[in-house]
Structures are given as C-alpha cells and as structure tokens.
Design a protein around this ligand. Sequence first.
Ligand SMILES: Cc1cc2nc3c(=O)[nH]c(=O)nc-3n(C[C@H](O)[C@H](O)[C@H](O)COP(=O)(O)OP(=O)(O)OC[C@H]3O[C@@H](n4cnc5c(N)ncnc54)[C@H](O)[C@@H]3O)c2cc1C
Length: 220
Amino acid sequence: MTLIGPTPRTTHKRLPQRGSHDRALIHAILDEGLVCHVAFVADGQPFVIPTIYARVGERLYVHGAGASRMLATLKLGAPVCVEVTLVDALVLARSAFHHSMNYRSVMVFGVAQEAVDPAEKREALHAIVEHVVAGRSRETRPPSAQEIAGTRVLWVPILEASAKVRTGPPVDSEEDHLLPHWAGELPLRMVPGAPVPDPRLAAATPLPPSLYDYQRVKAR
Ligand SMILES: Cc1cc2nc3c(=O)[nH]c(=O)nc-3n(C[C@H](O)[C@H](O)[C@H](O)COP(=O)(O)OP(=O)(O)OC[C@H]3O[C@@H](n4cnc5c(N)ncnc54)[C@H](O)[C@@H]3O)c2cc1C
C-alpha cells in the first residue's frame, strides 16, 4: 500500500492551505486519537459510529460484536469514511464570526476487510488495547480463543487519506483589531484524572505502570 493522496475525493477544496497528505502526519494523528468516527450508509440511511480503533502499519482496525450494524455493513463492502479529530485549542476572535478551533484531523476513505485469521485478530485486539493504554497488555489476562472467536475484527486500509490542521491565532477582520475584546487561543489537552480503583479490587493491588504517566502522545 502506498497511495495516500491527493485523490479526487481527498483533494482539499475549502482552505486547502490547511490540508495535508503527509503519511507521517496522518499516522501521528491516528496514533494520538482515542476514538474514531466511522461513517457508512446502511439501507439508505447514513450512520456515524464512534468507536475504538488502532493503527497497525497501514491498517486501521476496528472491532466489536458480531451483531454490530457497523461491522456487518462494512463486512459486506460498504464504502466507509473514518474520521479522527484532535482539538488543540479554542480560538477566540474579537468578532463572534471569526471564532474557531485549532485542530488536527484525519479522514480515511475505503472499503473494509474482515480479519478472520485468529492470529491476525489477536494481534489487532492487542493493538487496540495498546492504543488505548500503552503497556496494558502486559498487565491483563490475554483474550481466550473463545473471546477472539466471538469478536469481529475489520480493517480499513490507510491508503486514501487526508489530514487537515489549523494552528495559530484568530483571523479577525482588519477593522476589528481596534475592538476592545480579548482575543487569542485557549490551549486544550486531554489530561487524565486520578485513577479510581474498582470497588472489588483486592487491597494493596499496586497501580500498574501503564498508569504512572498516562498520556495520548506516543512515540512509535
Ligand atoms: C474541530 C473542528 C471543527 C471544525 N469546525 C468547522 C465549522 O464550524 N464549520 C466548517 O465549515 N468547518 C469546520 N471544520 C472544518 C471541516 O472539517 C471541513 O474541513 C470544512 O467544513 C470543509 O468541508 P468540505 O467538505 O467543504 O471540504 P472539502 O475541502 O471540499 O473536502 C475535500 C476533501 O478534503 C479533505 N478534508 C476536508 N476536511 C477535512 C478535515 N477536517 N480533516 C481531514 N481531511 C479533510 C477530505 O479528504 C475531503 O474529502 C472543523 C474541523 C474540525 C477538525
């Protein structure tokens, strides 16, 4: 797999200077995101399903129960668009009109394929756990053969994709710079709270290393 874009459907038309087809940027945004939104049409009805995912190389894996409408529809070859958004800052302008957000987002277009080989499913499920909490796989019981068999796993090739990134201050109209209103950026980042032990956790169970310094930005 090589192509990422631009293709007819991944050519940025609106504010193209914010667009990118840089593979490393697209991978980095996918790796930092926690949740993706999977868009597809089933029986003429559009759906957008938020779901957990993981990138393994140039594959974006999703998983779920066999009864999942999303997975059943994608398995039949429905065209899919997967989107991930990271919000980096609120952008406050002097005018209400020019308020915005700084963000990094990715859209992936394609057709999903089902992973049926138990070894591939195991690797994908491992990647999904690691995507959410790096190092967690070492701290839990691995999935049983029955759990693997009962989980549907599909992957979307990260082949036709685009990123879009906004950075920097608000873009007010020139005449509005004389207005007295505060303008600038309010950076936002995902910060974990203090871990809350399960009520049934055995006393003195230590905090696992994966939670010592949890953060979304991962070095890969
Ligand atoms: C947090 C956030 C908030 C936003 N708020 C607004 C808003 O309030 N109003 C608004 O109009 N737009 C907003 N956008 C931008 C929005 O996502 C679209 O880029 C924009 O609306 C143009 O859409 P379009 O289909 O006309 O773009 P086009 O340029 O016609 O899209 C062509 C192709 O460019 C690529 N592309 C477009 N947008 C994105 C994207 N965001 N990420 C990755 N690839 C992309 C896709 O491949 C797409 O098929 C926001 C984006 C983010 C991430």
